[in-house]
Design a protein around this ligand. Structure first.
Ligand SMILES: [Zn+2]
Length: 180
């Protein structure tokens, strides 16, 4: 339009106030929006759309890698969905990492590397694993309750943020206990 000597200025005007050119523009815009056959003549998209689409694609890719990998067996049980994990803010500490990966000051792990002579838990019932610490160990009953009472069927209800938070408090409680 500017090439044809139009002078274009943008300014705000009150809608539906009888400004007939505005009424016509409004009507044409509505018709165009409702017409799905209209060819696209403006293909630029806002940066925010590009950003969120890229994010969604990378989470999707991450998820398919996560499903395929044979690593992280224990942590996968707690966080099967990448998106679910990303939606929950978790303050990661070395103890949380140990608990969620099973790599650290846990007897089965130390035994695997021949650092100690037995994988047994000090309670004497089981080999000391993350699951045993979280769900079974009799030495940790006090620390386990009430923080971990929301765990159902021996697994974390990982879709619920409040349960997550409670569970993490539980991890901290357990790590403050004497057996570590
Ligand atoms: Zn035990």
């Amino acid at each position: 339009m500017e090439n044809k000597d139009w002078k274009i200025r943008f300014r705000w005007i009150k809608e539906h106030a009888g400004t007939w050119r505005n009424e016509i523009a409004d009507q044409l815009a509505k018709e165009a929006a409702a017409n799905t056959d209209t060819p696209t003549c403006y293909s630029r998209v806002p940066k925010s759309v590009v950003k969120s689409e890229l994010e969604a694609t990378s989470v999707e890719k991450w998820q398919s890698e996560w499903v395929k990998t044979t690593k992280g067996k224990i942590i996968k049980e707690y966080f099967p969905e990448v998106a679910g994990r990303l939606n929950n803010e978790i303050y990661i500490t070395p103890n949380i990492t140990t608990m969620l990966t099973g790599h650290g000051n846990i007897n089965t792990y130390l035994y695997k590397f021949k650092i100690i002579d037995s994988p047994k838990c000090p309670c004497g019932h089981n080999d000391q694993t993350t699951d045993c610490i979280l769900f079974e160990c009799t030495l940790l009953s006090k620390e386990r309750e009430p923080n971990l009472s929301s765990i159902k069927d021996g697994r974390l209800a990982h879709t619920q943020t409040h349960t997550y938070k409670k569970t993490l408090q539980g991890f901290h409680q357990i790590y403050k206990s004497d057996i570590f």
